[in-house]
Design a protein around this ligand. Structure first.
Ligand SMILES: [Zn+2]
Length: 219
């Protein structure tokens, strides 16, 4: 178990241990990132030199490589391999409850939520796991929820060219639950409707009925 865990971590890191984006010239080194964590530990009032914290900068930087692995991928690439033989299937395809973790770009705090993705194919459909990968590809970056919602919809629209796309995201922002107003159990819902999902109320209603969400905040 521990071995396979290490393998996953190692697979995500670039050889130099640089940022998830890769180790291009001028990028921050792993050592610099670890130093930044030590600075924050000191600033918080602790001693980065005490035993319990010695390995922490290393672990935090490895965690960042995982949490922000989205910068290294182009989610549109996940969609390129489409399956066109759909035997005339032209009804809505909906993937609901895609769990994701993202990070708010204002506080670098987790956004934990679920995405619901639907589209009405024209002549192309895509494997449903690809839709989930698109969600992760954009979620694993610093985000604002409205942008995340719009990026997922735009990606599907651009590559599949369907008759319409709908994306609804429902999530909890830890910058709101663990600090500031400290309000737990508050979820934020955003939606992006494209094509027939936007122009046709019945299509939109059908999608919202599928995912069982009412009153999504349109953007
Ligand atoms: Zn925030």
């Amino acid at each position: 178990m521990a071995r396979s865990k290490r393998k996953v971590g190692a697979g995500r890191q670039v050889p130099s241990g640089g940022s998830p984006r890769g180790a291009g010239a001028g990028e921050v080194s792993r050592e610099q990132a670890e130093d930044a964590v030590r600075t924050l530990l000191r600033w918080a009032g602790d001693d980065p030199g005490r035993e319990g914290l010695l390995e922490t900068p290393k672990r935090v930087v490895s965690a960042y490589a995982d949490w922000f692995s989205g910068y290294a991928v182009d989610p549109r690439e996940y969609m390129r391999r489409t399956f066109e033989e759909v035997e005339g299937y032209d009804e809505m395809v909906v993937l609901r409850d895609v769990a994701f973790e993202s990070y708010c770009e204002h506080h670098m705090a987790p956004i934990i939520g679920r995405a619901h993705v639907g589209y009405l194919p024209s002549n192309k459909v895509v494997g449903i796991s690809k839709l989930a990968r698109v969600v992760d590809g954009y979620a694993r970056r610093f985000q604002v929820q409205e942008k995340l919602t719009a990026q997922i919809a735009a990606c599907i629209d651009e590559v599949l060219k369907p008759r319409g796309v709908g994306v609804v995201i429902d999530s909890e922002h830890q910058c709101m639950t663990t600090r500031g107003v400290h309000k737990r159990g508050v979820s934020m819902v955003t939606s992006r409707m494209v094509g027939i999902f936007r122009s046709d109320a019945r299509t939109r209603a059908e999608f919202l009925q599928f995912i069982d969400i009412r009153g999504a905040r349109a953007i």
